[in-house]
Design a protein around this ligand. Structure first.
Ligand SMILES: Cc1cc2nc3c(=O)[nH]c(=O)nc-3n(C[C@H](O)[C@H](O)[C@H](O)COP(=O)(O)OP(=O)(O)OC[C@H]3O[C@@H](n4cnc5c(N)ncnc54)[C@H](O)[C@@H]3O)c2cc1C
Length: 427
Protein backbone atom coordinates (compact mmCIF):
# COMPACT_ATOMS: atom_id res chain seq x y z
CA UNK A 1 0.00 0.00 0.00
CA UNK A 2 1.18 3.53 -0.67
CA UNK A 3 -0.58 6.64 0.56
CA UNK A 4 -1.05 9.60 -1.69
CA UNK A 5 -0.55 13.04 -0.18
CA UNK A 6 -3.39 15.46 0.24
CA UNK A 7 -4.78 16.64 -3.12
CA UNK A 8 -7.00 19.75 -2.97
CA UNK A 9 -9.87 18.80 -5.26
CA UNK A 10 -10.29 15.13 -6.18
CA UNK A 11 -12.56 14.45 -9.15
CA UNK A 12 -13.99 10.92 -9.30
CA UNK A 13 -14.71 10.08 -12.94
CA UNK A 14 -13.08 11.37 -16.15
CA UNK A 15 -16.14 11.61 -18.41
CA UNK A 16 -17.43 14.96 -19.72
CA UNK A 17 -18.60 16.03 -16.23
CA UNK A 18 -15.28 15.10 -14.58
CA UNK A 19 -13.18 16.74 -17.30
CA UNK A 20 -15.17 20.00 -17.14
CA UNK A 21 -15.02 19.99 -13.32
CA UNK A 22 -11.26 19.36 -13.28
CA UNK A 23 -10.57 22.13 -15.83
CA UNK A 24 -12.69 24.75 -14.02
CA UNK A 25 -11.39 23.86 -10.55
CA UNK A 26 -7.81 24.09 -11.83
CA UNK A 27 -8.50 27.44 -13.52
CA UNK A 28 -9.71 28.60 -10.10
CA UNK A 29 -6.28 27.82 -8.64
CA UNK A 30 -7.07 24.51 -6.94
CA UNK A 31 -4.73 21.53 -6.93
CA UNK A 32 -6.68 18.86 -8.84
CA UNK A 33 -6.42 15.10 -9.23
CA UNK A 34 -8.88 13.27 -11.49
CA UNK A 35 -9.36 9.51 -11.07
CA UNK A 36 -11.02 7.02 -13.40
CA UNK A 37 -11.18 3.25 -13.57
CA UNK A 38 -10.84 3.22 -17.36
CA UNK A 39 -7.37 3.11 -18.92
CA UNK A 40 -8.13 6.39 -20.73
CA UNK A 41 -10.06 9.57 -19.98
CA UNK A 42 -13.29 10.64 -21.75
CA UNK A 43 -15.94 8.57 -19.94
CA UNK A 44 -18.56 6.56 -21.81
CA UNK A 45 -18.94 8.87 -24.77
CA UNK A 46 -15.33 9.98 -25.47
CA UNK A 47 -13.48 6.90 -24.19
CA UNK A 48 -10.24 6.22 -26.13
CA UNK A 49 -10.77 9.38 -28.19
CA UNK A 50 -8.13 11.65 -26.71
CA UNK A 51 -5.78 11.17 -29.67
CA UNK A 52 -8.57 11.36 -32.29
CA UNK A 53 -11.64 13.13 -30.92
CA UNK A 54 -14.84 12.36 -32.84
CA UNK A 55 -16.48 15.74 -32.24
CA UNK A 56 -15.45 19.37 -31.85
CA UNK A 57 -16.73 19.34 -28.27
CA UNK A 58 -14.56 16.38 -27.33
CA UNK A 59 -11.57 18.11 -28.96
CA UNK A 60 -12.29 21.34 -27.04
CA UNK A 61 -12.40 19.62 -23.65
CA UNK A 62 -9.36 17.43 -24.20
CA UNK A 63 -7.47 20.54 -25.34
CA UNK A 64 -8.56 22.44 -22.23
CA UNK A 65 -7.69 19.56 -19.92
CA UNK A 66 -4.18 18.73 -21.16
CA UNK A 67 -2.43 22.03 -20.34
CA UNK A 68 -4.63 22.69 -17.28
CA UNK A 69 -2.16 21.20 -14.82
CA UNK A 70 -4.77 18.84 -13.37
CA UNK A 71 -3.27 15.43 -12.65
CA UNK A 72 -4.93 12.31 -14.04
CA UNK A 73 -4.78 8.82 -12.57
CA UNK A 74 -6.39 6.27 -14.90
CA UNK A 75 -6.98 2.56 -14.38
CA UNK A 76 -7.74 3.56 -10.79
CA UNK A 77 -10.91 2.28 -9.19
CA UNK A 78 -12.34 3.90 -6.05
CA UNK A 79 -13.49 1.04 -3.85
CA UNK A 80 -14.14 2.76 -0.54
CA UNK A 81 -14.21 6.16 1.14
CA UNK A 82 -14.33 7.87 4.53
CA UNK A 83 -16.07 11.23 4.80
CA UNK A 84 -14.76 11.92 8.33
CA UNK A 85 -11.11 11.66 7.29
CA UNK A 86 -11.89 12.93 3.80
CA UNK A 87 -10.19 10.11 1.97
CA UNK A 88 -10.83 7.59 -0.76
CA UNK A 89 -9.40 4.07 -1.07
CA UNK A 90 -8.21 3.45 -4.60
CA UNK A 91 -7.11 0.25 -6.32
CA UNK A 92 -4.75 0.55 -9.28
CA UNK A 93 -3.09 -2.48 -10.87
CA UNK A 94 -1.00 -4.12 -8.12
CA UNK A 95 -1.37 -1.20 -5.75
CA UNK A 96 -3.99 0.11 -3.37
CA UNK A 97 -3.71 3.52 -1.77
CA UNK A 98 -5.56 6.17 0.17
CA UNK A 99 -6.09 9.56 -1.39
CA UNK A 100 -7.02 12.54 0.74
CA UNK A 101 -9.26 15.31 -0.51
CA UNK A 102 -10.24 18.76 0.63
CA UNK A 103 -13.15 18.87 -1.84
CA UNK A 104 -14.50 15.89 -3.72
CA UNK A 105 -16.42 16.07 -7.01
CA UNK A 106 -18.30 12.89 -7.81
CA UNK A 107 -18.81 12.49 -11.57
CA UNK A 108 -19.36 8.75 -11.73
CA UNK A 109 -21.80 8.77 -14.67
CA UNK A 110 -24.35 6.13 -15.51
CA UNK A 111 -24.61 2.62 -16.87
CA UNK A 112 -26.99 0.99 -19.31
CA UNK A 113 -30.30 -0.41 -18.11
CA UNK A 114 -30.93 -3.97 -19.25
CA UNK A 115 -34.31 -5.65 -19.21
CA UNK A 116 -34.90 -9.36 -18.73
CA UNK A 117 -36.62 -11.14 -21.63
CA UNK A 118 -36.31 -14.73 -22.86
CA UNK A 119 -32.89 -15.14 -24.51
CA UNK A 120 -31.33 -11.88 -23.23
CA UNK A 121 -28.36 -13.81 -21.83
CA UNK A 122 -27.48 -15.46 -25.18
CA UNK A 123 -24.05 -14.63 -26.63
CA UNK A 124 -24.27 -11.66 -29.06
CA UNK A 125 -27.20 -10.08 -27.22
CA UNK A 126 -25.55 -7.13 -25.55
CA UNK A 127 -25.85 -3.55 -24.45
CA UNK A 128 -25.42 -0.94 -27.16
CA UNK A 129 -22.49 0.56 -25.24
CA UNK A 130 -20.90 -2.86 -24.74
CA UNK A 131 -21.06 -3.62 -28.46
CA UNK A 132 -19.73 -0.16 -29.30
CA UNK A 133 -16.82 -0.69 -26.90
CA UNK A 134 -16.02 -4.07 -28.51
CA UNK A 135 -16.09 -2.54 -32.00
CA UNK A 136 -13.84 0.32 -30.79
CA UNK A 137 -11.37 -2.26 -29.57
CA UNK A 138 -11.30 -4.14 -32.86
CA UNK A 139 -14.36 -6.44 -33.21
CA UNK A 140 -15.06 -6.65 -36.97
CA UNK A 141 -18.75 -6.08 -37.84
CA UNK A 142 -18.63 -5.62 -41.63
CA UNK A 143 -21.64 -7.32 -43.17
CA UNK A 144 -23.08 -8.36 -39.80
CA UNK A 145 -26.82 -7.82 -39.22
CA UNK A 146 -27.35 -5.81 -36.06
CA UNK A 147 -30.80 -5.05 -34.67
CA UNK A 148 -30.69 -2.02 -32.38
CA UNK A 149 -33.54 -1.98 -29.86
CA UNK A 150 -34.66 -0.21 -26.71
CA UNK A 151 -35.32 3.46 -26.27
CA UNK A 152 -33.88 6.96 -26.59
CA UNK A 153 -31.66 8.95 -28.95
CA UNK A 154 -28.70 6.67 -28.22
CA UNK A 155 -30.31 4.05 -30.50
CA UNK A 156 -29.88 6.34 -33.52
CA UNK A 157 -26.31 7.33 -32.60
CA UNK A 158 -25.32 3.69 -32.06
CA UNK A 159 -27.01 2.47 -35.24
CA UNK A 160 -25.19 5.15 -37.28
CA UNK A 161 -21.94 4.11 -35.61
CA UNK A 162 -22.46 0.44 -36.56
CA UNK A 163 -23.50 1.38 -40.12
CA UNK A 164 -20.39 3.52 -40.55
CA UNK A 165 -18.28 0.50 -39.66
CA UNK A 166 -19.88 -1.66 -42.34
CA UNK A 167 -22.67 -3.41 -40.42
CA UNK A 168 -26.19 -3.87 -41.78
CA UNK A 169 -28.74 -2.34 -39.41
CA UNK A 170 -32.12 -3.42 -40.82
CA UNK A 171 -34.24 -2.17 -37.92
CA UNK A 172 -34.14 0.20 -34.99
CA UNK A 173 -36.89 -0.86 -32.56
CA UNK A 174 -37.90 2.12 -30.38
CA UNK A 175 -40.36 1.22 -27.62
CA UNK A 176 -41.76 4.77 -27.23
CA UNK A 177 -44.80 5.59 -29.31
CA UNK A 178 -44.85 7.68 -32.45
CA UNK A 179 -46.61 10.75 -31.01
CA UNK A 180 -44.12 11.15 -28.15
CA UNK A 181 -41.11 10.71 -30.41
CA UNK A 182 -42.57 13.18 -32.92
CA UNK A 183 -43.13 15.78 -30.17
CA UNK A 184 -39.54 15.26 -29.02
CA UNK A 185 -38.30 15.72 -32.62
CA UNK A 186 -40.26 18.98 -32.86
CA UNK A 187 -38.56 20.19 -29.71
CA UNK A 188 -35.13 19.28 -31.12
CA UNK A 189 -35.86 21.34 -34.22
CA UNK A 190 -35.78 24.47 -32.03
CA UNK A 191 -32.15 23.81 -31.12
CA UNK A 192 -29.97 24.25 -34.19
CA UNK A 193 -27.06 22.08 -33.04
CA UNK A 194 -29.33 19.22 -32.01
CA UNK A 195 -31.34 19.58 -35.23
CA UNK A 196 -28.16 19.29 -37.31
CA UNK A 197 -27.11 16.21 -35.29
CA UNK A 198 -30.53 14.57 -35.68
CA UNK A 199 -30.67 15.30 -39.43
CA UNK A 200 -27.21 13.88 -40.09
CA UNK A 201 -28.14 10.76 -38.11
CA UNK A 202 -31.32 10.26 -40.14
CA UNK A 203 -29.32 10.67 -43.36
CA UNK A 204 -26.73 8.13 -42.19
CA UNK A 205 -29.61 5.75 -41.47
CA UNK A 206 -31.66 6.21 -44.62
CA UNK A 207 -31.80 2.46 -45.36
CA UNK A 208 -32.69 1.52 -41.80
CA UNK A 209 -36.32 1.14 -40.70
CA UNK A 210 -37.02 3.13 -37.52
CA UNK A 211 -40.04 1.51 -35.86
CA UNK A 212 -41.84 3.17 -32.96
CA UNK A 213 -43.93 1.25 -30.37
CA UNK A 214 -41.75 -1.77 -31.17
CA UNK A 215 -39.74 -3.97 -28.85
CA UNK A 216 -37.88 -7.30 -28.69
CA UNK A 217 -39.87 -10.05 -27.08
CA UNK A 218 -37.52 -13.04 -27.42
CA UNK A 219 -33.96 -13.68 -28.61
CA UNK A 220 -33.54 -17.14 -30.20
CA UNK A 221 -30.54 -19.33 -30.93
CA UNK A 222 -28.71 -22.46 -29.92
CA UNK A 223 -25.52 -21.34 -28.18
CA UNK A 224 -25.62 -17.98 -29.93
CA UNK A 225 -28.16 -15.53 -31.29
CA UNK A 226 -29.86 -16.33 -34.62
CA UNK A 227 -33.16 -14.40 -34.66
CA UNK A 228 -35.16 -11.98 -32.54
CA UNK A 229 -38.92 -11.83 -32.13
CA UNK A 230 -40.10 -8.25 -32.51
CA UNK A 231 -43.53 -6.96 -31.51
CA UNK A 232 -45.56 -3.91 -32.40
CA UNK A 233 -49.27 -3.41 -31.66
CA UNK A 234 -50.06 -4.73 -35.13
CA UNK A 235 -47.71 -7.68 -35.65
CA UNK A 236 -45.18 -10.12 -34.23
CA UNK A 237 -42.39 -11.50 -36.40
CA UNK A 238 -38.94 -13.08 -36.35
CA UNK A 239 -36.01 -11.10 -37.71
CA UNK A 240 -32.66 -12.77 -38.45
CA UNK A 241 -29.64 -11.08 -36.86
CA UNK A 242 -26.03 -11.62 -35.78
CA UNK A 243 -26.15 -9.12 -32.92
CA UNK A 244 -28.90 -7.60 -30.84
CA UNK A 245 -27.76 -4.28 -29.36
CA UNK A 246 -30.08 -3.22 -26.57
CA UNK A 247 -30.36 0.12 -24.72
CA UNK A 248 -33.33 0.72 -22.42
CA UNK A 249 -31.90 3.94 -21.03
CA UNK A 250 -29.51 4.48 -18.16
CA UNK A 251 -29.27 4.20 -14.41
CA UNK A 252 -27.08 6.62 -12.47
CA UNK A 253 -23.96 5.19 -10.78
CA UNK A 254 -24.84 6.28 -7.25
CA UNK A 255 -22.95 3.58 -5.34
CA UNK A 256 -19.96 5.82 -4.50
CA UNK A 257 -22.17 8.82 -3.57
CA UNK A 258 -24.23 6.48 -1.33
CA UNK A 259 -21.08 5.16 0.32
CA UNK A 260 -20.04 8.77 0.98
CA UNK A 261 -23.45 9.28 2.67
CA UNK A 262 -24.73 11.71 0.04
CA UNK A 263 -28.51 12.02 -0.01
CA UNK A 264 -30.20 10.44 -3.01
CA UNK A 265 -33.78 10.58 -4.24
CA UNK A 266 -35.39 8.57 -7.03
CA UNK A 267 -32.10 6.88 -7.87
CA UNK A 268 -30.07 10.08 -8.35
CA UNK A 269 -27.92 12.26 -6.08
CA UNK A 270 -29.57 15.38 -4.57
CA UNK A 271 -27.54 18.56 -5.06
CA UNK A 272 -28.06 22.29 -4.46
CA UNK A 273 -27.65 25.00 -7.10
CA UNK A 274 -23.83 24.79 -6.78
CA UNK A 275 -23.93 20.99 -7.32
CA UNK A 276 -23.09 20.54 -3.62
CA UNK A 277 -24.44 17.34 -2.04
CA UNK A 278 -25.77 16.83 1.48
CA UNK A 279 -22.17 16.01 2.58
CA UNK A 280 -19.87 18.90 3.44
CA UNK A 281 -17.20 19.41 0.76
CA UNK A 282 -18.68 16.87 -1.68
CA UNK A 283 -20.10 17.94 -5.04
CA UNK A 284 -21.76 15.83 -7.69
CA UNK A 285 -22.14 16.45 -11.43
CA UNK A 286 -23.29 14.72 -14.61
CA UNK A 287 -25.44 11.63 -15.10
CA UNK A 288 -25.29 10.68 -11.39
CA UNK A 289 -27.51 13.70 -10.54
CA UNK A 290 -30.01 12.75 -13.29
CA UNK A 291 -29.80 11.31 -16.79
CA UNK A 292 -29.59 14.14 -19.30
CA UNK A 293 -26.81 13.62 -21.85
CA UNK A 294 -23.48 15.19 -22.48
CA UNK A 295 -24.56 18.89 -22.41
CA UNK A 296 -25.97 18.52 -18.92
CA UNK A 297 -22.87 16.65 -17.74
CA UNK A 298 -20.52 19.33 -19.06
CA UNK A 299 -22.37 22.30 -17.62
CA UNK A 300 -22.86 20.67 -14.21
CA UNK A 301 -19.18 19.71 -14.19
CA UNK A 302 -18.21 23.32 -14.89
CA UNK A 303 -20.44 24.61 -12.08
CA UNK A 304 -19.10 22.03 -9.61
CA UNK A 305 -15.50 22.86 -10.58
CA UNK A 306 -15.98 26.61 -10.14
CA UNK A 307 -17.81 26.11 -6.84
CA UNK A 308 -15.21 23.69 -5.45
CA UNK A 309 -12.51 26.26 -6.24
CA UNK A 310 -14.55 28.85 -4.33
CA UNK A 311 -15.58 30.88 -7.41
CA UNK A 312 -19.32 30.91 -6.90
CA UNK A 313 -19.85 34.00 -9.05
CA UNK A 314 -18.46 32.17 -12.09
CA UNK A 315 -20.67 29.20 -11.26
CA UNK A 316 -23.76 31.41 -11.03
CA UNK A 317 -23.21 32.70 -14.57
CA UNK A 318 -23.84 29.18 -15.87
CA UNK A 319 -27.16 28.59 -14.10
CA UNK A 320 -29.28 29.67 -17.10
CA UNK A 321 -27.45 27.33 -19.44
CA UNK A 322 -27.90 24.49 -16.95
CA UNK A 323 -31.63 25.21 -16.76
CA UNK A 324 -31.92 24.58 -20.50
CA UNK A 325 -29.98 21.31 -20.16
CA UNK A 326 -32.33 20.26 -17.35
CA UNK A 327 -35.39 21.05 -19.48
CA UNK A 328 -33.97 18.83 -22.21
CA UNK A 329 -33.34 16.07 -19.62
CA UNK A 330 -36.96 16.29 -18.44
CA UNK A 331 -38.19 15.99 -22.05
CA UNK A 332 -35.98 12.93 -22.54
CA UNK A 333 -37.46 11.32 -19.42
CA UNK A 334 -41.06 11.99 -20.49
CA UNK A 335 -40.59 10.85 -24.07
CA UNK A 336 -38.71 7.66 -23.43
CA UNK A 337 -40.44 6.42 -20.24
CA UNK A 338 -40.64 2.64 -20.41
CA UNK A 339 -44.02 1.11 -21.36
CA UNK A 340 -45.79 -1.31 -19.02
CA UNK A 341 -45.77 -4.17 -21.56
CA UNK A 342 -42.02 -4.53 -20.93
CA UNK A 343 -42.75 -5.66 -17.37
CA UNK A 344 -44.46 -8.75 -18.79
CA UNK A 345 -41.49 -9.95 -20.85
CA UNK A 346 -39.76 -12.37 -18.43
CA UNK A 347 -41.14 -15.92 -18.35
CA UNK A 348 -40.79 -18.21 -15.32
CA UNK A 349 -37.50 -19.68 -16.56
CA UNK A 350 -36.00 -16.36 -17.68
CA UNK A 351 -32.78 -15.59 -15.84
CA UNK A 352 -32.86 -12.21 -14.10
CA UNK A 353 -29.56 -12.31 -12.15
CA UNK A 354 -27.09 -13.60 -14.70
CA UNK A 355 -24.14 -13.77 -12.28
CA UNK A 356 -25.93 -16.21 -9.96
CA UNK A 357 -28.38 -17.77 -12.48
CA UNK A 358 -31.47 -16.68 -10.54
CA UNK A 359 -34.72 -17.01 -12.49
CA UNK A 360 -37.89 -14.93 -12.48
CA UNK A 361 -39.76 -17.91 -10.95
CA UNK A 362 -37.41 -17.84 -7.93
CA UNK A 363 -37.69 -14.08 -7.50
CA UNK A 364 -41.42 -13.52 -7.85
CA UNK A 365 -42.37 -14.79 -4.35
CA UNK A 366 -39.75 -12.56 -2.65
CA UNK A 367 -40.84 -9.45 -0.78
CA UNK A 368 -37.77 -7.29 -1.02
CA UNK A 369 -34.29 -6.94 -2.44
CA UNK A 370 -32.97 -8.10 0.93
CA UNK A 371 -34.99 -11.32 1.02
CA UNK A 372 -34.08 -12.00 -2.63
CA UNK A 373 -30.40 -11.65 -1.78
CA UNK A 374 -30.62 -13.84 1.30
CA UNK A 375 -32.72 -16.59 -0.23
CA UNK A 376 -31.57 -16.73 -3.85
CA UNK A 377 -28.15 -14.96 -3.92
CA UNK A 378 -29.61 -12.53 -6.45
CA UNK A 379 -27.26 -9.54 -6.81
CA UNK A 380 -24.41 -11.20 -4.93
CA UNK A 381 -22.20 -12.13 -7.90
CA UNK A 382 -19.35 -10.22 -9.53
CA UNK A 383 -21.51 -7.30 -10.74
CA UNK A 384 -22.92 -6.83 -7.20
CA UNK A 385 -26.44 -6.12 -8.46
CA UNK A 386 -25.41 -3.45 -10.99
CA UNK A 387 -27.31 -5.30 -13.75
CA UNK A 388 -30.14 -7.16 -11.99
CA UNK A 389 -30.76 -4.40 -9.39
CA UNK A 390 -32.18 -1.92 -11.95
CA UNK A 391 -34.09 -4.75 -13.69
CA UNK A 392 -35.81 -5.61 -10.41
CA UNK A 393 -36.39 -1.97 -9.65
CA UNK A 394 -38.29 -1.77 -12.96
CA UNK A 395 -40.13 -5.09 -12.53
CA UNK A 396 -40.95 -4.96 -8.82
CA UNK A 397 -40.11 -1.48 -7.58
CA UNK A 398 -37.32 -2.70 -5.25
CA UNK A 399 -34.46 -0.38 -4.32
CA UNK A 400 -31.12 -1.57 -2.92
CA UNK A 401 -31.20 -0.79 0.80
CA UNK A 402 -27.56 -0.05 1.33
CA UNK A 403 -24.16 -0.07 -0.30
CA UNK A 404 -21.22 -1.70 1.39
CA UNK A 405 -17.50 -1.49 0.65
CA UNK A 406 -15.71 -2.60 -1.38
CA UNK A 407 -17.75 -1.09 -4.21
CA UNK A 408 -16.25 -3.58 -6.69
CA UNK A 409 -14.69 -7.02 -6.24
CA UNK A 410 -11.21 -6.12 -5.01
CA UNK A 411 -7.86 -7.80 -4.35
CA UNK A 412 -7.14 -9.04 -0.82
CA UNK A 413 -4.45 -6.41 -0.24
CA UNK A 414 -6.87 -3.65 -1.20
CA UNK A 415 -9.38 -5.06 1.26
CA UNK A 416 -6.79 -4.66 4.03
CA UNK A 417 -6.44 -0.97 3.15
CA UNK A 418 -10.20 -0.80 2.93
CA UNK A 419 -10.72 -2.47 6.33
CA UNK A 420 -8.15 -0.12 7.95
CA UNK A 421 -10.24 2.73 6.60
CA UNK A 422 -13.39 1.05 7.88
CA UNK A 423 -11.85 0.63 11.35
CA UNK A 424 -10.89 4.26 11.43
CA UNK A 425 -14.55 5.12 11.00
CA UNK A 426 -15.35 3.53 14.34
CA UNK A 427 -12.42 4.88 16.40
C1 LIG B 1 -22.55 2.47 -22.20
C2 LIG B 1 -22.88 3.90 -22.60
C3 LIG B 1 -22.72 4.29 -23.93
C4 LIG B 1 -23.01 5.61 -24.31
N1 LIG B 1 -22.85 5.97 -25.63
C5 LIG B 1 -23.18 7.23 -26.01
C6 LIG B 1 -23.07 7.64 -27.38
O1 LIG B 1 -22.67 6.88 -28.25
N2 LIG B 1 -23.44 8.92 -27.70
C7 LIG B 1 -23.91 9.80 -26.76
O2 LIG B 1 -24.26 10.94 -27.09
N3 LIG B 1 -24.03 9.44 -25.46
C8 LIG B 1 -23.69 8.19 -25.07
N4 LIG B 1 -23.85 7.81 -23.77
C9 LIG B 1 -24.32 8.82 -22.81
C10 LIG B 1 -23.10 9.65 -22.40
O3 LIG B 1 -22.10 8.76 -22.01
C11 LIG B 1 -23.36 10.56 -21.28
O4 LIG B 1 -24.34 11.48 -21.62
C12 LIG B 1 -22.10 11.32 -20.84
O5 LIG B 1 -20.91 10.65 -21.15
C13 LIG B 1 -22.15 11.42 -19.36
O6 LIG B 1 -20.96 12.00 -18.89
P1 LIG B 1 -20.58 11.82 -17.34
O7 LIG B 1 -19.26 12.51 -17.18
O8 LIG B 1 -21.71 12.26 -16.49
O9 LIG B 1 -20.41 10.26 -17.12
P2 LIG B 1 -19.52 9.15 -17.84
O10 LIG B 1 -19.14 9.54 -19.20
O11 LIG B 1 -20.26 7.87 -17.64
O12 LIG B 1 -18.18 9.12 -16.95
C14 LIG B 1 -18.15 8.59 -15.64
C15 LIG B 1 -16.78 7.98 -15.42
O13 LIG B 1 -16.63 7.65 -14.03
C16 LIG B 1 -15.95 6.42 -13.93
N5 LIG B 1 -16.24 5.82 -12.63
C17 LIG B 1 -17.44 5.50 -12.10
N6 LIG B 1 -17.32 4.97 -10.87
C18 LIG B 1 -15.98 4.95 -10.61
C19 LIG B 1 -15.21 4.51 -9.49
N7 LIG B 1 -15.77 3.98 -8.40
N8 LIG B 1 -13.85 4.62 -9.56
C20 LIG B 1 -13.25 5.18 -10.67
N9 LIG B 1 -13.95 5.62 -11.75
C21 LIG B 1 -15.30 5.51 -11.72
C22 LIG B 1 -16.52 5.63 -15.09
O14 LIG B 1 -15.69 4.55 -15.47
C23 LIG B 1 -16.60 6.68 -16.19
O15 LIG B 1 -15.42 6.73 -16.97
C24 LIG B 1 -23.50 6.52 -23.36
C25 LIG B 1 -23.65 6.11 -22.01
C26 LIG B 1 -23.34 4.82 -21.63
C27 LIG B 1 -23.53 4.41 -20.19
Amino acid sequence: MSNQPFAGVVVAGAGPAGLAAAVRAREGGAQVVMLDDNPSIGGQIWRSEEAHPSSSRALTWFQKFRPSGAERITGARIIHGDTKRRLLVVEKHEDAFEMRYEKLILATGARELFLAFPGWTLPNVMGVGGLQALVKSGLPIEGKRIIVAGTGPLLLAAAAYFRNRGAIVPIIAEQADWSRVAAFGLRLSRNLRKLVQATSLRLALKNTTYLRSCWVEVAHGEGRLRTATLRTHKRVWNEPCDYLAIAYGFRANIELPLLMNCRTEGGVVRVNEFQHTSQEGIYCAGECTGIGGVDKSLIEGEIAGHAAAGLKDLAERLFKKRKRAHQFAAALERTFALRDELRKLPLDETIVCRCEDVTWRQLRPMHSWRSAKLETRCGMGPCQGRVCGPILEFLLGWHPESVRPPLFPARLESLVVSSETEESLHT
